[in-house]
Design a protein. Structure first.
Length: 214
């Protein structure tokens, strides 16, 4: 499956941002892609601006620029985003906040836009798992993420392995988290996401602390 197929669902391949879609299909996420979106947004109609911001926020997320992505997510009119990309936008917003440990905000977005997040999109289950994690129900979260990783559609499994490893560490499942972390090389070069995965690797390989005898 090529990049053009993988990006279906969170990038419109036609319309005012078609040029950005074509660039992305050939080059992937980079600063030039973000610059193209900014340029196209300047000439876009008012109704199309939320879509441009949504695409920018998600692009920054996939580049690993989590803080910058979170700012653009927050500035975007979520209810103004087109029906085609709104579900993936909300679910990726939740993911971004989860990676930044901004659990309270992630929970608030999940609750406020529940109708969009849980509309049946391929990203829905990932947000369900995140909601379980931030509520402290780590076993439930692990169950959701494990099942999610068996889905054949790569959009379903997008960064779900990071989510799974984080939940496993909460359950003192370091050896299993380490197995998951063995596949994190694909996140190298992605700024804050790389640092997050490196942190998970360190935690999963750290010697287990022995409890002091009293």
């Amino acid at each position: 499956m090529g990049l053009r197929d993988r990006i279906k669902g969170f990038l419109k391949m036609s319309g005012p941002y078609a040029e950005a879609a074509q660039y992305l299909a050939s080059h992937g996420y980079d600063r030039e892609y973000i610059a193209i979106l900014d340029r196209l947004a300047q000439g876009a109609k008012k109704r199309d601006i939320p879509d441009g911001m949504a695409l920018k926020a998600q692009g920054l997320l996939f580049m690993g620029e989590l803080d910058e992505a979170a700012e653009v997510f927050a500035q975007t009119d979520a209810r103004g985003v087109s029906r085609e990309i709104a579900p993936v936008f909300i679910n990726n917003y939740i993911l971004c906040l989860f990676f930044l440990d901004r659990f309270k905000e992630a929970g608030e977005i999940y609750k406020e836009y529940n109708d969009i997040a849980l509309d049946g999109s391929v990203y829905m289950k990932r947000s369900v798992g995140i909601a379980e994690h931030i509520s402290g129900r780590y076993e439930n979260a692990v169950t959701v993420f494990v099942k999610l990783l068996t889905e054949p559609d790569p959009r379903c499994t997008l960064m779900a392995d990071i989510c799974l490893a984080r939940s496993m560490l909460r359950l003192d499942m370091a050896p299993r988290a380490r197995e998951i972390a063995n596949g994190f090389a694909k996140y190298h070069g992605k700024s804050q996401i790389t640092r997050l995965t490196d942190k998970i690797i360190m935690k999963s390989t750290a010697p287990k602390k022995r409890k002091k005898k009293t």
